[in-house]
Design a protein around this ligand. Structure first.
Ligand code: BDP
Length: 633
């Protein structure tokens, strides 16, 4: 027991490399949250250098005074909201603005008022009443600014929030991209340029997640980190709380069970809570009541600020052949997703989120990978509650150009991992970090790049395994020696050997034997699949029909069934649903490898997978009680 506690302490010292917190804004007796979702004024800067907004300081007055504005919903991508193809494909700065009146008590009571943007793609600058309060590089992750002092300058004035967002990608951004000017005036008009990307999803842009204002007292809980373990029936919750603005560093922490009963408490800012008769956090289909969450209620010494963090008690371990959750082998039978839907693009949309969880559970899937960027925190909270296991991926997708392996790129990638781990470290559903998808891992600089990135991520969080997803040749992959789990994508009889379904078992068997033979690490088939245009049929199967997609899957499954008894620890279908991409001759109004359409209707492959996943769950897990009665979903 003592050894375990020491190990937990060690884990924390490393995690403390992260200095300030990014706790999800939650209401409590000391905190209020005000959502600024809804309609914002919007204007794209169509000037040739896209810089007029800055030159003429659009943030200094109301946006409508600078020129024509349109209504733009937040959260949503702006691309598919209008009938204008030039806005759909727009590259450069777009400007958002709205006014908000805050309750007078926020000002008179001397509270901290924080503006938080859940995510905006890609580079953002934020002003409040014409004063710049923050800027942030990168989509998919939140950023904040404290704006209380600006509000206090003139409490009678409504507060004008202006956010400029730029979706231009460079060789140093994540994902990377390049702008290419077309200078042949016989073929392209003056000023014509395109943005080249190396990833297969539409580069949606705008304010994708909620914009919130929230308050805290002046002395406030800035960050909480928990790491959990258990021994026999006793749960261990090692926690660390950081409080800002308080004279004393003492805190009160109380761990409550689901019924609201206190099961452990302490007055130290860090320590280990012991939970007798612990209810562990289990994945969906591995236990009768998955997703058990305690609540860690934290207050500063004077109980002025109160924050309640959901906590799931579970462990993760990896051996050379297994992935263990709570010391039991876990087999990933799941999906890869995208944040993607008609009209709203990548904007967070609750009906879609809940529908997707119902489909995941219907399918009997127990996990997903956040391909190819961090998803909304609201989605991870759903995973915590429903026991859906997550491989949490950074936006390191499309790193193909050797210039994207340089120092500037690596520095940014390390900073993104800091932000990702800081945001998601406390989610029990997150069981592994993926630092990238299909980088050019055979290039020489990849070795230093991935060694540094993976070592850094492990230092941030020694409690979770780290991987990246590869598509390269096993013998030439430079990063594989550093990962804990090998994740491989392959598309046999799709991107090569087209139409030859019969080669799949042989090629897949060779793939697994090669990788395991060389690295002796557990393997996840992190992508496989085939495009199928819903409603297109042919028998014998032909590419793009539902029959072909079905048979690709079945051929892969026969090999998975042999190898999962050995060292294959998971299979994630590409993709959960059809999704939008840039236009190209390989794409029929987007990528059609979904087992559901973009509107979330099943193709034939969905039924194949459903039958398989429930069978796997029956073999490897404990089905929840409700499965013994008619399915409520
Ligand atoms: C994989 C990529 C994924 C693509 C998929 C495909 O990781 O983003 O969408 O191929 O081509 O290599 O469908």
């Amino acid at each position: 027991m003592m050894l375990r506690v020491l190990w937990l302490f060690a884990a924390f010292d490393a995690a403390l490399l992260l200095d300030t917190g990014m706790l999800f804004p939650r209401e409590s007796s000391s905190r209020e949250v005000k959502a600024l979702n809804g309609l914002w004024a919007f204007r794209a800067d169509r000037s040739p250098n896209r810089n007029q907004g800055f030159e003429r300081a659009w943030y200094k007055s109301s946006l409508a005074e600078t020129g024509p504005v349109i209504d733009m919903p937040v959260p949503a991508s702006y691309n598919d909201i209008t009938q204008d193809a030039t806005l759909r494909d727009f590259i450069g700065w777009v400007w958002y603005e709205r006014e908000v009146t805050v309750p007078a008590r926020w000002i008179t009571d001397g509270l901290r008022v924080v503006l938080r943007v859940g995510s905006a793609h890609y580079y953002s600058v934020v002003w409040v009443n014409g004063v710049k309060v923050t800027e942030h590089e990168g989509g998919h992750l939140p950023f904040e600014a404290e704006i209380g002092t600006l509000l206090r300058e003139d409490p009678t004035m409504p507060c004008r929030i202006t956010i400029a967002v730029n979706n231009t990608l460079t060789l140093q951004t994540l994902p990377p991209g390049t702008i290419q000017y077309m200078n042949d005036r016989t073929r392209y008009p003056d000023g014509f340029f395109v943005q080249n990307i190396n990833f297969d999803f539409f580069n949606y842009a705008g304010i994708h997640r909620p914009v919130l204002l929230y308050t805290t007292p002046k002395a406030y809980v800035d960050d909480i980190t928990v790491v959990t373990d258990f021994l026999d029936n006793t749960g261990l919750v090692r926690y660390n709380v950081s409080v800002q603005g308080a004279s004393s560093a003492t805190v009160k922490v109380t761990l409550m069970d689901k019924g609201g009963h206190c099961v452990a408490s302490s007055t130290e800012p860090s320590g280990v809570l012991k939970v007798v008769d612990v209810s562990l956090w289990w994945p969906y289909l591995m236990h009768e009541s998955p997703g058990y969450l305690y609540s860690l209620e934290v207050t500063d010494s004077e109980s002025i600020d109160v924050y309640a963090l959901p906590v799931g008690i579970r462990t993760i371990n990896v051996t050379s052949t297994q992935f263990l959750i709570n010391n039991k082998p876990f087999y990933f039978h799941g999906v890869n997703k995208h944040e993607d839907a008609d009209i709203r693009g990548k904007g967070l949309d609750w009906p879609l989120v809940v529908k997707d969880f119902n489909l995941i559970k219907w399918l009997g899937a127990n996990s997903f990978r956040t391909s190819h960027y961090p998803y909304a925190e609201e989605i991870l909270q759903m995973c915590d509650r429903h026991g859906i296991v997550v491989i949490d991926e950074s936006p390191g997708v499309g790193i193909k150009d050797i210039r994207s392996f340089g120092n500037a790129s690596l520095t940014h990638h390390l900073a993104v991992m800091d932000e990702l781990v800081r945001r998601d470290k406390n989610h029990p559903s997150v069981v592994m970090w993926s630092v990238a998808n299909e980088p050019a891992a055979e290039m020489n600089p990849a070795e230093y790049y991935f060694k540094t990135l993976i070592t850094h991520t492990k230092a941030l969080d020694p409690t979770r395994p780290v991987t990246y997803v590869t598509y390269s040749n096993y013998a030439r992959d430079k990063g594989a020696p550093f990962v804990d789990v090998i994740c491989i994508n392959s598309y046999f009889s799709w991107y090569h050997d087209q139409g030859h379904l019969e080669v799949i078992p042989l090629q897949l068997n060779t793939q697994f034997e090669d990788w395991y033979g060389k690295y002796k690490k557990p393997i996840i088939q992190s992508e496989y699949g085939a495009d199928a245009v819903a409603g297109l049929h042919n028998d014998p199967p032909v590419m793009f029909t539902e029959e072909y997609q079905k048979e690709v899957l079945q051929n892969y499954h026969s090999v998975f069934d042999q190898k999962r008894k050995k060292y294959v620890i998971g299979e994630l279908i590409w993709n959960f649903a059809d999704f939008m991409t840039t236009q190209g001759i390989l794409r029929v109004v987007g990528n059609k490898k979904g087992i559901f359409t973009r509107q979330r209707q099943p193709k034939a492959a969905a039924f194949i997978l459903k039958e398989r996943y429930w069978r796997l769950a029956n073999e490897t897990g404990t089905l929840p009680l409700w499965t013994k009665y008619p399915c409520p979903l």
